[in-house]
Design a protein around this ligand. Structure first.
Ligand code: HEM
Length: 480
């Protein structure tokens, strides 16, 4: 039997089809509180969408630790083989708005929130091991160049290639984006990466640098440009539907989590700057070590409450896992919680999907929509047995020397990683890469931007540069 319809205050609602009117033909009465409430609430249904990664979807599941990591980290989630931790994920596009087609060429977000016994731990990564920039100060400019032109309000190849060609550190990520991996066939068939270097600390206080790799157990599959373009029209929510339907059909996607573990001193002296997120750490130097399995076996019941109200932050860390000095990561430690306060409000951590599974005890109080605070002490120090500090959770020390200042990137090699990646591609992959660059960079009006970008492809690998030059009808002499 269906339930009684009520107002939001619980009163029975007599008629949901006809407004109260003065006489059969109207006008409507201001005493029709249900009508006014219904219209007013509707006006307030939308909240600001995420400023980036607005289009996305995800699922819930668990992480099972298959390898005890206590030699490297004291984090409870990675200690004790067999431990299962509930989690929620969200996969996303980066640049487009919330209704944007899923199959447009773009980097994909890959965010995981582990609900651990020691609080929430988030890995907020992408489906690529590197990022476009290596200084957080450049992030708003970079994103602006991906968003709509301020005059025409349309996406612009000119803007994004203008930014990229003047920011050579983007070359590695641009090469990945223009490769087959720029359009995954499914969220289930892409790898995920923490991208930055993080720090693990064990219970002896020993420190290690780590890189996270979620490798899809479904195998990597990408989509052709032709199919992607067709789906942009036929099914703009294709990736979202595909993930949802596979979970409904109990075909649960899973990923194996691996880490590269780099001893602290070795990390500081590695041949590339491990704090520069445009660079990778070679798996030959530091092979992948298996950690566990991530399985997604439950769809959200309520998209808004579980995906829109969901908030990730690289600052959500637990004891035994710490940030590294990576400048972009450091900027992100601020950015996400600030975004959440704007997008969801000061008490966003109290929303169901963001609440940790363990108890929250602190001296924060009140604010809009506060729900979680009891009437106990709201100040410290106190003599009323309020919550006390946990000294064992203190961070491990780093030794710092040097002067303050605005420094150029420490590692200025912007080209060799993109060149190495290019040389790993087979002939078909190289051809498609150049074809994708042609159809994107080829639309740019400025000859100078094309030349500047092609010069960088040339520096990565002469064959790469020459092929791009040919595709864009540039002379090879011009780009050398
Ligand atoms: C979302 C900022 C770099 C991955 C966001 C959001 C902001 C942001 C403000 C929206 C958050 C929200 O409204 O809840 C930044 C800044 C960056 C940066 C300032 C650099 C300085 C990166 C990098 C990665 C990344 C390097 C991946 C390695 C993501 C993902 C999301 C996101 C996956 C979507 C999270 C979700 O599904 O809710 N970013 N970002 N971002 N960012 Fe970044």
């Amino acid at each position: 039997m269906s339930k009684n319809l009520t107002t939001s205050e619980g009163q029975p609602w007599s008629d949901n089809q006809h407004s109260q009117t003065a006489g059969k033909r109207g006008p409507v009465l201001i005493q029709d509180y249900q009508l006014l409430e219904k219209l007013a609430h509707f006006n307030r249904e939308r909240i600001p969408e995420r400023v980036v990664h607005a289009k996305g979807s995800g699922a819930k599941g668990y992480f099972e630790l298959t390898h005890d990591m206590s030699a490297y980290t004291k984090a409870d989630v990675f200690n004790g083989k067999g431990k299962k931790t509930p989690l929620i994920t969200r996969f996303s596009q980066v640049a487009g708005e919330s209704g944007y087609p899923d199959t447009y060429r773009d980097v994909r977000g890959f965010a995981v929130k582990f609900y651990t016994q020691e609080g929430n731990y988030d890995i907020v990564g992408n489906n690529t091991p590197v990022f476009f920039i290596n200084d957080p100060l450049k992030f708003p400019d970079f994103i602006h160049s991906q968003k709509r032109d301020p005059k025409t309000h349309t996406r612009s190849q000119d803007m994004q290639w203008d930014f990229w060609s003047h920011s050579p550190e983007t070359l590695h990520q641009v090469t990945i984006l223009m490769s087959d991996r720029g359009i995954p066939a499914s969220y289930r068939t892409m790898h995920g990466y923490g991208s930055h270097t993080f720090k693990w600390v064990n219970d002896k206080g020993e420190q290690f640098f780590v890189k996270y790799h979620f490798r899809t157990n479904q195998g990597v599959h990408n989509m052709s440009n032709e199919l992607a373009a067709k789906l942009c029209g036929d099914d703009p929510d294709y990736l979202q539907n595909e993930l949802f339907n596979s979970i409904e059909e109990k075909d649960f996607p899973s990923w194996t989590l691996y880490v590269q573990v780099i001893p602290y001193e070795e990390g500081l002296n590695y041949k590339h700057d491990i704090f520069d997120v445009t660079k990778v750490v070679s798996q030959k130097d530091y092979p992948l070590m298996e950690v566990g399995q991530m399985v997604l076996n439950e769809n959200p019941e309520n998209y808004f409450e579980e995906m829109e109200e969901l908030s990730f932050s690289p600052a959500n860390l637990v004891p035994g896992i710490e940030p590294s000095a990576d400048k972009v990561l450091q900027g992100r430690l601020f950015g996400y919680k600030d975004a959440a306060r704007y997008r969801l409000g000061a008490n966003y951590e109290q929303l169901k999907v963001n609440r940790p599974i363990n108890e929250v005890n602190n001296y924060h109080r009140d604010g809009f929509m506060s729900q979680g605070h009891d009437g106990s002490a709201n100040y410290e120090p106190n003599s009323v047995d309020g919550p006390t500090e946990v000294p064992s959770a203190k961070i491990a020390p780093d030794q710092l020397t040097g002067e303050t200042g605005h420094f150029k990137p420490y590692d200025t090699d912007n080209f060799s990683a993109a060149g190495e990646l290019y040389r790993l591609f087979d002939e078909g992959e190289k051809e498609r890469l150049v074809e994708n660059i042609k159809s994107n960079l080829g639309q740019v009006k400025s000859h100078d931007i094309k030349v500047l970008e092609a010069k960088q492809f040339y520096q990565a690998d002469p064959d790469y540069g020459e092929r791009v030059a040919k595709a864009l009808s540039l002379s090879v002499d011009e780009i050398k």
